[in-house]
Each structure stands twice: as C-alpha cells, then as structure tokens.
Design a binder for this molecule. Sequence first.
Ligand SMILES: *[C@@H]1O[C@H](CO)[C@@H](O)[C@H](O)[C@H]1NC(C)=O
Ligand SMILES: *[C@@H]1O[C@H](CO)[C@@H](O)[C@H](O)[C@H]1NC(C)=O
Ligand SMILES: *[C@@H]1O[C@H](CO)[C@@H](O)[C@H](O)[C@H]1NC(C)=O
Ligand SMILES: *[C@@H]1O[C@H](CO)[C@@H](O)[C@H](O)[C@H]1NC(C)=O
Ligand SMILES: *[C@@H]1O[C@H](CO)[C@@H](O)[C@H](O)[C@H]1NC(C)=O
Ligand SMILES: *[C@@H]1O[C@H](CO)[C@@H](O)[C@H](O)[C@H]1NC(C)=O
Length: 506
Amino acid sequence: MVSSLCILVLTAVLQGSTIAAQIPKNSSPFKPATRTTGAASAAVSVSLGGVTYVNQGLVGFGRIPSNATESTGDTIGGIGSAIAIKPGTWQGQSNGSYTGTLVVQPDRGFNVISPIDYQARRHELAFVLTPYSGTADLTFAQATQTLQLAYKNTTLEFERNNTKTSGLDPSAIRAAQAGSPANPLADPQMPIASTSEPHLTIDAEGLVANADGSYWTSDEYGPYIYHFTASGQLIQTIQPPPAFLPMDSKGNLNFTANVDPATGRGANQGFEGLTLDPITNTLYAILQSATIQDGALQFTRMLAYNVSSPSTSVPLIGEWVVPLPLSSSGKVEATSEIHFVSPGVFLCLARDGNGHGGSGDNIKYKHADLFSITGATDIHGTAFDQPGTPVAPKGKLSKSVTPATYVSFADFADATQLARFGLHNGDPDDNTLLDAKWESLALAPVGASAPNDFFLFTASDNDFLSTQGISLGVPYNAGEDVDNQFLVFRLTLPGASASVAKALGI
Ligand SMILES: *[C@@H]1O[C@H](CO)[C@@H](O)[C@H](O)[C@H]1NC(C)=O
Ligand SMILES: *[C@@H]1O[C@H](CO)[C@@H](O)[C@H](O)[C@H]1NC(C)=O
Ligand SMILES: *[C@@H]1O[C@H](CO)[C@@H](O)[C@H](O)[C@H]1NC(C)=O
Ligand SMILES: *[C@@H]1O[C@H](CO)[C@@H](O)[C@H](O)[C@H]1NC(C)=O
Ligand SMILES: *[C@@H]1O[C@H](CO)[C@@H](O)[C@H](O)[C@H]1NC(C)=O
Ligand SMILES: *[C@@H]1O[C@H](CO)[C@@H](O)[C@H](O)[C@H]1NC(C)=O
C-alpha cells in the first residue's frame, strides 16, 4: 500500500493539515480507557454497552527479519497487512505454550519507488507462543523467544484462465460481465507477462481464513472483496455500493491509486479491514478512512455481507458509520484492521504513521480500540449508497445518522509494556523501536481456565524495507532494515468465545 506518491498522500491524510479544519470539534464519541493501577503489567479496562473489556498487557513478541525470503525467492516482506490463525491448528500444550499456523498476507510487494507486477499471495508460518506475563524487563533477544515463527510455504493467486494477479496501479478496466463486476486491470500495453491477458490488480489488505480452506481478501484498488480457493483461484468478487467506487467527476470508474477520485474511496484508502462473524456467516469490511464525498475523513463506513451461500451473489445486509479517533490536532487515526468480537462489537486497529519504517519516531496513537454498532443507524440501501449523498456534508454528520460508539482500548506503544519485551517508542530508530504500520488482528482462546480471555495477535507491514531485498527476482536496497514485528496481547473480551471457537474450528 505504499508508493512515494502514496506516502505523500498518506502523510497529508495523517497530518490532516488541510483536513483538520473540516472536522467538527467535539463530534467524536471517543472515550479514553482507564488504567487501574500503576503496576508494571497493569490491566487497562474500558466499558462499552455495559460490558467491561480488559487489556491485561503484552504477553508475546516475535519477528521475521527484514531480509527473510519465501519460496518464490522474493523477500517475504509486508506480511502484517493481514493475518489469520489457520482453522484447526490452534493448540494449547501441556507445558504452557500454544502452537498453530498463521496465514499471513502481504499487500503489493516492494513498491516504495512505484507499484510493481507483484502477484498477490499468502504465506503460512508455524508458531510457538510461550506467553510471558512477568513484570521484569526481558532483553530483546529473550523477548523474541516468546513468539517463535517459522516460514512454511506460499500460495500464489490467480484469476480466470489461470492468469496471475498483479500489484501494478490499475490503468485499465475490464467491463462488468456475468458473474463479475468491472475489474481494475494492469496496463495491457506494458510487457508484464507471458500471456496476453491483462492482469487483475490487487492491493491486498484484509484476510479471513474459512474452515473449508477458501479465504476472503479485501483490497484497496476496487475497493473489492475477493474469494479464493485454498489453492489461490479466484471464485467470487464482491463490489460495494456506488458511493464506495472511485469515480471521476463525470461518474466514470477510474481505479488508479495515484490520485484521489472525485467520489468514492480515497487513493490508498480502500478496504483495509475485513472480518467474519462465523456463526451468522456475516462478512464485514471497513474503509481505511471516509469516502471522498463524505465530508470528514473521520466518518468511515463498515459494510456487512451475508456470505452463507458464497457461490452465489452475496447480499449487502448492513452499513454503518464508524467515527475514527482524532489526534489532539484533529488528525484522523485511520483504521488498518477490524476484528469481530461478538454480535455488534468489533476491535479496530487505528493508528498514526510513526514508528520504525514510518514517518517519525514518536508514536502518538497505535491502538486496538473497540466499537459497537448496537444502536447505530443501518444506512445500507439508502441514498447514502449513491455518490451524490454524503453522510457528513461540510464535515457535520447528518442528523439522520447515529454512528457507532467508539472507545479507546489497547495501546500498542505503552512504554512500560514495550520495555518488558526489550522494545521502545521514540529514538533510537532501530529494530527495537516499535514498527509504524500495524495492520492485522487475530484472536485465539487462552483456554478453559479463563474462558473470557483471548490472545490478540497483531503484526506489522514493513513495506519490504530491507537493505538485502529481492523483488521479482531482482536484488534491491531500500536503505533501511525494518523487521516484520508481531505482538501478542492478553485481553478479556466477554462474549467472544463462541465466535472465536467457531472461527478456529475448536
Ligand atoms: C539476513 O541478514 C543476516 C544478518 O546480516 C544474515 O545472517 C542472514 O543470513 C540474512 N538472511 C538472508 C536470507 O539473506
Ligand atoms: C512446549 O512444547 C512445545 C511443543 O512441543 C514446544 O515447541 C515448546 O518449545 C515448549 N515450550 C517450552 C517453554 O518448553
Ligand atoms: C503449507 O504448510 C502447512 C504447514 O506445514 C501445511 O499444512 C500445508 O499443507 C502447506 N501448504 C502447501 C500448499 O504446501
Ligand atoms: C478467459 O476466461 C473468460 C471466462 O472465464 C473467457 O470469456 C475469455 O475468453 C478467456 N480469455 C482467454 C484469453 O482465454
Ligand atoms: C484515470 O485517472 C488518471 C489520473 O487522473 C488518468 O491519468 C487516467 O487517464 C484515467 N484513466 C481513465 C481510464 O480514464
Ligand atoms: C443469510 O442468507 C441465508 C441463506 O443463504 C439465510 O438463511 C439467512 O437468514 C441470511 N442471514 C441474514 C442475517 O440475512
């Protein structure tokens, strides 16, 4: 999700200099969490909808070195864009460790200079989690033993006629056909492949691993949601309502991420978050920040699809406005992921762009927060689904819309918690500085001894930044080494046990 242009756009978004003025003061129902004690691994609790949720602190840290490679020969890079625990693999061991397989998904390859013809893919990593809940500070080397990760294999993605997907910026469109909406394509003029068929372009961000081995991937270009078989063949594409689609001022689709469209998702502000309620088979996708027309970047939207019959066209069944947090200077902390907790309740990874591999060293906001759509207005199928009707004209949320209730929760950059794992916030800018771009969430149960407690796994996207990189078989030096970091928190999430167990096949 990063190109030099995109860095500029994102920096403008995150710094919000021109946008801040449009955001109404005191419009966010944002509430801070309460720290209960000053102890080293102090629990932080927050109340939402009458339920108390507790962050019991960091219990695991792991890393994949920046120069690690995968089976195609490329640098593994960027794998924290999305993660999922592979169904059927999570296992508590008698010695207190937990083992399993993580499915991880990079976005679109090393694209700091420009987007490349990177075939979308996912990797499997075996892990051993040995939770550490002591108060003494581990060294960085000791901390990396708490979550041990081992690369297993890679599955590449293909669309119709076994054609590879691409990460290139979409410069062409394939018209809608039976069973498929209009598709973003890589420039067919470019010498990009041995086949004459242009490539479907995907900037992958969200991931849901299904029990049958198939999986859903959300993307930034469309912004679309794709369903793939276990072996990486595309079988279904979900197109969101017209209000989400990137259109020029004449209402024509244009999927480029080089510039913002006139209406629809902003450039590089597509479906960053994707999550499934496995009990009702409801798939939820969220935009990184609001659509261009919606009036204030803060007011993003989440969609719900009924995927009970995924081989047929899946119906849109819900849509809500989610008010993202604002910094003290009015900047939007855009969302990089969501995760279903219980009916109506979601975790939301909202963050700034600072940290290792990011725009500055001092992290101000990197959280797994909570929001609830209970009581929020379902706007699906209304005029808001058309590009001409913004939800927040001139930055003021329409009176007809009650947004989700959003509360602050788990702070990734808590200095005391980071120090317990040999990590820090701020200078120096080395591999013990917390990474900038955390973009993934996955839950697993602690076990019968604590039925409301869960491990929250999260990983960073290092943008493939390595001084010893390999991209499409060609060595590169990105001028910086940024590991893919993994954190594991222990959270008390009442109401989450049924959906987590179903998702993991327990
Ligand atoms: C990555 O770098 C380390 C340290 O320089 C080196 O020991 C290791 O062999 C490298 N790994 C790969 C896959 O190049
Ligand atoms: C516990 O057992 C697992 C599985 O055999 C092993 O991988 C792990 O290293 C062990 N943990 C400890 C702390 O010995
Ligand atoms: C990838 O590795 C996992 C874990 O070892 C294994 O279960 C799976 O079958 C492998 N998949 C492929 C495509 O090799
Ligand atoms: C690719 O597949 C589609 C339908 O799946 C078909 O209509 C089209 O002709 C095929 N294109 C080529 C180049 O084979
Ligand atoms: C899409 O927009 C870009 C940037 O404005 C422009 O260069 C390109 O020609 C447009 N593509 C189409 C198919 O209209
Ligand atoms: C989802 O669709 C299935 C049929 O495919 C239906 O039985 C179920 O009631 C629907 N669920 C919702 C929440 O609309």
